[in-house]
Ligand binder design. Structure first.
Ligand SMILES: [Zn+2]
Length: 159
């Protein structure tokens, strides 16, 4: 894992994008920098993964935007590209909250988006769609995890 860096400008996309997807680099940078410059995105970290983590789905690059974080609770937005065994890529984005179930699951996605892509055009379009979902949250909130858990029917944080 490499990073964190605060901007996609510092992510060596040419090292992480597989052949056949490299031409999406310019649009990914445009979309990523627009997202990270949103006035509600104060805590932005980009990571990239030069080495495979896992054979079945390998994360290539990921951005995390932290909207809320205390010692025991948090709300994060994430957008990432992962490579699959069949050579396709998948773009996923999610709103994630800390788990307050009796059994600890660590995290729950309360809104998510995912799309498989086969070429650089589809990659850029899916990345834009994933970023759009997160931008809607940055525009409107909620900026605390509890209302998201209530809306998703998850156990709420006591107190
Ligand atoms: Zn849980």
């Amino acid at each position: 894992m490499a990073g964190p860096v605060s901007s996609i400008a510092y992510v060596p996309l040419h090292e992480v994008l597989p052949p056949g997807f490299a031409r999406a680099e310019g649009r990914l940078r445009e979309i990523g920098s627009k997202l990270e410059r949103h006035h509600s995105a104060d805590r932005v970290s980009w990571h990239w993964y030069p080495e495979p983590l896992d054979a079945s789905q390998r994360i290539l690059v990921r951005v995390t935007i932290t909207l809320y974080n205390t010692r025991d609770d948090w709300l994060e937005l994430t957008l990432y590209l992962a490579g699959r065994e069949d050579g396709h890529l998948v773009v996923e984005s999610a709103v994630e909250v800390a788990c307050w179930c009796e059994e600890n699951h660590n995290m729950h996605p309360v809104r998510d988006f995912g799309r498989d892509v086969e070429d650089d055009f589809e990659l850029a379009d899916a990345f834009a769609a994933g970023a759009k979902m997160l931008t809607a949250v940055l525009n409107e909130g909620p900026f605390e995890p509890q209302p998201w858990r209530v809306a998703a029917g998850l156990p709420i944080r006591p107190g």
